[in-house]
Ligand binder design. Structure first.
Ligand SMILES: [Zn+2]
Length: 241
């Protein structure tokens, strides 16, 4: 019922192509700008240290109800483009290349993760909402499938619609991810330019290229989530006729 030709052509194939294109674009932007040294000579770890130490000078509220930003931890993690902020451990994890190499791509990615840490620190609402949605999305992706499947199998259209509603939490999550990511990148740009870590027009262009490419992967994830949702909607609404 689910894995028919329609599903392959309308959901799986476009999803595969969109994700591949987005991955290719982010990797090519990263590989281009990870070969260009930045003029400040700072690697990702050093740039983070400088930005955190002087955050207040760049208009960041250092001491909120969430503690002092300067107690933020930094660790290294294996792999490539594995960089992330862990809100539970209040830790920024940087991949070896980002942490150790003084390139345009390194400081762009490190500052983006600091952007997430500052969001968390300031209680940025879309981030909190997204965090609260995680358990619902994890259950919803399975439960939604089961309800849609059961609804179609038993000819209970109402049940299938409830399944779609539950399943749509995944698309809502992907949608909410966009403002969180764009805001983290906007904060990264501001911090890098105001601190002088990134100076020239060419370096600014590089930072924008890397950050925009990364944002595009989240747009791709949203498109594929909506495609899947639309397919289920067409499947269930087709039943009603
Ligand atoms: Zn991010």
């Amino acid at each position: 019922m689910f894995y028919n030709t329609d599903y392959i052509m309308m959901v799986m194939l476009p999803t595969f192509l969109i994700m591949m294109a987005a991955q290719w674009y982010v990797k090519s932007a990263y590989s281009k700008w990870s070969r260009v040294p930045n003029r400040s000579g700072l690697n990702g770890a050093e740039a983070l240290r400088k930005l955190i130490d002087r955050a207040a000078a760049y208009g960041v509220q250092v001491d909120t109800g969430n503690g002092d930003l300067r107690s933020l931890r930094m660790e290294m993690i294996g792999g490539n483009l594995t960089d992330h902020y862990d809100p539970r451990q209040k830790t920024i994890r940087l991949s070896p290349a980002v942490a150790q190499q003084p390139t345009v791509a390194s400081v762009a990615i490190a500052a983006h993760e600091l952007g997430h840490a500052i969001q968390d620190h300031e209680g940025y609402f879309p981030l909190r909402l997204r965090g609260a949605m995680v358990p619902a999305v994890q259950i919803g992706s399975y439960l939604g499938w089961i309800l849609i499947f059961a609804g179609l199998l038993l000819n209970l259209t109402g049940l299938a619609w409830i399944g779609i509603l539950v399943f749509s939490s995944g698309a809502a999550f992907a949608l909410l991810t966009l403002p969180v990511e764009l805001d983290a990148s906007a904060r990264a740009r501001r911090l890098l330019f105001e601190s002088g870590i990134i100076a020239s027009g060419e370096e600014q262009r590089g930072v924008n290229h890397v950050l925009n490419a990364a944002a595009l992967t989240y747009v791709a994830a949203l498109i594929t989530a909506v495609l899947q949702l639309l397919y289920f909607v067409s499947l269930v609404s087709g039943r009603r006729r």
